[in-house]
Design a protein around this ligand. Structure first.
Ligand SMILES: Cc1cc2nc3c(=O)[nH]c(=O)nc-3n(C[C@H](O)[C@H](O)[C@H](O)COP(=O)(O)OP(=O)(O)OC[C@H]3O[C@@H](n4cnc5c(N)ncnc54)[C@H](O)[C@@H]3O)c2cc1C
Ligand SMILES: Cc1cc2nc3c(=O)[nH]c(=O)nc-3n(C[C@H](O)[C@H](O)[C@H](O)COP(=O)(O)O)c2cc1C
Length: 592
């Protein structure tokens, strides 16, 4: 054996040489591209990891900013396609990219999502501040394209990508293709865009794109996805809030038997539901059709009844739907709402498609009506189990959405699908949504502080199951908040057992309605501030999961307050400390 570095064993080497024997140049190039694509999609994003394909080709660098991993997946797909065509391509995470390199770049693609309320994902924060800030350089030699991921139900749709696109245009960079903004159901659009991009890029001077025609799906790994979900069987479903609770939370267990699906604590499961039958009936009555009319959607032909049940979103409105509805109906009262941001925001929360039909009536044909609606996106649920403990099962913890508005009882689509329309032995369409930004520390000994309210506790059940299954008794501290001890202490017995067995070291609870004064998790954090600061100083990671609007904001404010009081930090220093924790992946959030 030579002492040269060789990562392959003899068997692999022999397989590789028999595979490559007799291949022509084009075939070798294809294989090179294939492996490069695999490397990129396997998660390696260090520029130095990726070999150059064609010495004389121009680089194309893909910079991605992601929270839940979709932007990274698209980056991998684009890189694979370009590599197959002989382009020298690298895919780099935005938090690993040195902004000083920008001025010397020639071809960049940005793939970036928006989170929070119009904010960049944590890994893109520094780049975003730089490119939209005063110190961003002029970039006259840069060709670029932006793919912006978002969700049209948020007010600031795709803001991060849009801002980056505008900043680059302002810096004098030339766009290869106009910005692509993607709503959650983006698979087809992305595939089309990638093909278009590869062709347009081929025309750019100096860009090496070979003409080889390649199998379109050569890099697709056979796995379940939102487009190709797995039919999981419900093995258990239990209501875990008490009879006198004003909340309704279900623990649901699904079997993944036979799917080969794997997940990690911190990931979410996507569920494709159907809509509440009462709402479908109301809509059909209001537009005065039977439901048997055939409508054409992008997935094919369906009866209107079927489309309203499984394919179109009707429980929630967004800006685009209201806009389309107004354009089709010409309703001036609705136009007044659209023109007033405050009224529009109010209208969007708590109104559904039937409200539009009742308040701004119009005689639609079935097809016209279907064309206005958004396709029905799956809902995500933090996984509350660990495969190390439950094997081929996945558990979720679901709070049912029910409310009454304008004299009509309303029901959230997916949460009531799980609560009312499925039972043990039913089958549910699911896929796993990876969440690399919400993971237990690599070192099992690292202490963790877990802060969650309501169903925000779900991933912590997974974290602790994982530690228990692997017999890791490191320091773990749970802060849990809900309304009432008596009826809302989710998984109380499990936490007690974990405490008893030493897998959970401490638990602090806040039941907001058990006393006159409201007590929330952030109040418990303040009470324990000295110890929390000590834990963090000793390397602990802190996690936050649950409601984005109120709880997450209050907890972050409280943490800053703790850093100021216990660490003697100024306001700026406290912010910097929090930022450093985020950068070191020691402060991770999963809020919704
Ligand atoms: C990463 C992630 C993880 C998640 N994890 C969990 C989890 O572990 N458990 C969990 O239960 N949920 C979780 N969610 C939320 C979940 O995905 C759904 O959003 C939630 O179940 C509601 O979906 P739905 O289809 O039942 O309701 P929808 O049909 O989406 O209806 C929701 C809409 O109803 C209206 N509405 C709701 N309540 C009221 C009210 N009181 N007054 C007026 N209007 C109201 C609002 O317009 C709201 O937008 C998570 C979300 C994300 C993004
Ligand atoms: C808590 C949360 C907040 C979000 N906020 C926004 C937003 O303000 N604007 C937007 O367009 N999309 C928003 N989104 C949608 C994401 O951008 C979308 O899910 C995207 O596909 C995620 O891509 P990623 O996996 O690369 O991060 C939000 C999603 C979550 C879970």
């Amino acid at each position: 054996m030579s002492n040269q570095f060789n990562p392959l064993n003899e068997q692999q080497l022999s397989a590789l040489s028999s595979l490559s024997a007799g291949l022509n140049r084009e075939q070798l190039l294809w294989i090179n591209g294939y492996f490069q694509g695999l490397l990129v999609s396997s998660g390696s994003n260090r520029a130095a990891d990726i070999p150059t394909t064609t010495k004389n080709s121009k680089y194309l660098k893909i910079l991605y900013g992601t929270h839940t991993g979709r932007s990274k997946t698209i980056a991998g797909k684009l890189a694979g396609k370009l590599a197959e065509r002989g382009v020298d391509v690298q895919s780099v995470a935005l938090d690993e990219y040195k902004t000083r390199q920008l001025a010397s770049e020639t071809n960049l693609v940005f793939i970036v999502s928006t989170h929070g309320e119009g904010e960049p994902p944590a890994m893109a924060e520094d780049f975003y501040s730089f490119i939209t800030g005063k110190r961003s350089p002029q970039l006259p030699n840069l060709n670029y394209s932006v793919v912006a991921l978002g969700d049209k139900s948020y007010k600031l749709f795709c803001k991060t990508g849009i801002d980056i696109d505008q900043a680059l245009a302002k810096a004098g960079a030339k766009s290869i293709l106009p910005i692509l903004t993607l709503d959650v159901d983006f698979e087809d659009e992305v595939d089309l865009w990638i093909n278009q991009f590869v062709n347009v890029f081929a025309e750019l001077p100096g860009s090496a794109v070979s003409d080889s025609t390649l199998p379109a799906n050569s890099l697709q790994i056979n796995q379940y996805s939102r487009k190709r979900p797995f039919r999981a069987t419900v093995i258990d479903k239990v209501k875990i809030t008490g009879r006198d609770s004003d909340k309704e939370v279900y623990h649901v267990e699904l079997s993944l038997e036979g799917s080969g699906i794997t997940y990690e604590p911190g990931d979410s499961v996507g569920i494709l539901a159907n809509n509440p039958p009462a709402l479908i009936d109301g809509i059909l009555r209001q537009i005065n059709v039977s439901g048997t009319e055939i409508v054409v959607l992008k997935e094919g032909e369906f009866s209107l009844q079927e489309a309203l049940s499984d394919r179109l979103e009707i429980t929630v409105l967004n800006r685009e739907v209201i806009q389309k509805y107004q354009e089709r109906t010409g309703n001036t009262k609705l136009l007044e709402i659209i023109k007033n941001e405050v009224l529009l925001d109010q209208y969007l929360y708590g109104h559904d498609v039937l409200d539009l039909l009742e308040e701004f009536p119009f005689q639609f044909s079935a097809q016209e009506f279907a064309d206005i609606l958004r396709s029905f996106p799956p809902r995500l649920y933090s996984i509350s189990s660990s495969q190390a403990a439950v094997g081929n099962e996945v558990h979720v913890t679901v709070a049912t959405v029910r409310y009454s508005h304008k004299g009509r009882e309303r029901a959230g689509a997916c949460s009531t699908y799980l609560a009312d329309r499925i039972d043990i032995d039913s089958q549910v369409s699911v896929f796993i949504e990876k969440n690399p930004a919400f993971k237990l520390p690599e070192n099992d000994e690292t202490p963790v502080i877990l802060v969650g309210a309501g169903t925000g506790v779900a991933p912590y059940r997974a974290f602790l199951q994982h530690r228990e299954a692997n017999n890791q008794k490191g320091k773990t501290w749970l802060f849990f908040g809900e309304r009432r001890f008596h009826s809302d202490f989710l998984y109380q017995v499990e936490w007690q057992n974990l405490l008893k067995d030493g897998y959970l070291e401490k638990i602090d609870v806040a039941f907001s309605r058990d006393q006159k004064e409201k007590v929330y998790v952030q109040h418990r954090l303040i009470e324990r501030q000295k110890e929390i600061f000590d834990w963090l100083n000793n390397g602990a990671s802190i996690y936050l999961c649950g409601d984005m609007k109120q709880m997450a904001r209050d907890v972050q404010k409280t943490l800053l307050q703790i850093f100021e009081t216990e660490g003697g930090m100024s306001e700026e220093k406290a912010l910097e400390y929090l930022k450093t924790l985020k950068k070191e992946k020691r402060f991770q959030t999963d809020v919704y």
